[in-house]
Design a protein around this ligand. Structure first.
Ligand code: SF4
Length: 286
């Protein structure tokens, strides 16, 4: 039986991108190939907030994910990859996980809810476990899945084959996979050569609907987004582009959400909100 290291499992409203406002189950897997400590920091500086929380955790362990403090700089889901919080993400058998997913649906069966597989980076090694999860009997009514990825992980041949099979026309309903690619610009603190992988993202287009989503705060970030979009387009990317304000906490988000909407209008790109911030203050489990 396959297992997945699960950081969070919760039911909420999707706050970002194509499915904004759609009731969604979020499965947050553990592990990421980045640390994104540059978000919200002056250029060239890295956030120390996650490491500070790790020091607190070493002194007096947090018992539950929900008890962890929110951070205003760096990756806002730091506990889904920081090695010092590994103990808060149990390895779970996919049969039990599938049942837990269905148990938190409002009618205990799939209706119009959508499954978001996020992270961390959900397309790391867990690709090998998803087919087993999705083939569990109670997952059969699921119609739409989004992988929230940083767009740097190639899909394995076995997973590609499975994704095509999962979306094969069916007499009862259509199924669709979406790749929400949150490519990391220099404001994340990650180097361009590691973060912008057009060939990887273009390949996702063969297995689902793909869009790009950039977190921006300044005109400089917008210029970086333009450069990245040029590279993705040159490689054959055809999907839409979203830009989204920075800010895991409301104080930071409200500083630049309108400015980002205006940037989106200027470029003819789509604006994505982060509804989880104004609606739920971005608390864990939202
Ligand atoms: S890629 Fe996403 S999950 Fe990974 S560190 Fe960056 S923001 Fe966090």
């Amino acid at each position: 039986m396959s297992k997945i290291k699960v950081s969070e499992l919760f039911y909420s409203v999707q706050g970002e991108g194509r499915y904004m406002g759609v009731p969604s189950i979020f499965l947050r897997t553990y592990g990421c190939n980045f640390t994104c400590q540059g978000f919200g920091m002056p250029q060239g500086k890295l956030s120390k907030e996650a490491n500070e929380v790790a020091v607190m955790h070493a002194k007096t362990p947090f018992k539950d994910y929900k008890d962890l403090p929110l951070v205003s700089t760096g990756c806002d889901s730091y506990a889904s990859w920081h090695p010092d919080f590994k103990d808060l993400s149990p390895m779970v058998n996919v049969d039990g996980l599938a049942q837990s997913i269905v148990d938190i649906l409002p009618y205990k069966e799939w209706r119009d809810e959508h499954l978001v597989i996020t992270g961390g980076e959900p397309l790391l090694g867990w690709q090998r476990a998803y087919p087993d999860l999705l083939e569990q009997e109670c997952m059969k009514g699921l119609k739409e899945i989004t992988f929230e990825t940083n767009g740097t992980m190639r899909l394995t041949s076995a997973f590609k084959e499975y994704l095509l099979k999962w979306q094969m026309p069916n007499t009862e309903f259509n199924r669709e996979i979406t790749f929400s690619v949150s490519a990391k610009l220099p404001c994340s603190g990650e180097p361009w050569k590691d973060a912008i992988k057009p060939g990887v993202v273009v390949d996702y287009q063969n297995y689902g609907y793909v869009y790009l989503k950039f977190v921006v705060a300044t005109e400089e970030d917008l210029k970086d987004a333009e450069r990245a979009v040029d590279e993705y387009r040159a490689a054959g990317f055809t999907g839409p582009v979203y830009i989204m304000p920075v800010g895991g906490v409301e104080r930071v988000y409200t500083l630049n959400n309108r400015a980002v909407a205006e940037m989106a209008m200027r470029k003819g790109w789509r604006y994505s909100d982060r509804l989880q911030v104004p609606l739920f203050k971005n608390e864990w489990g939202t």
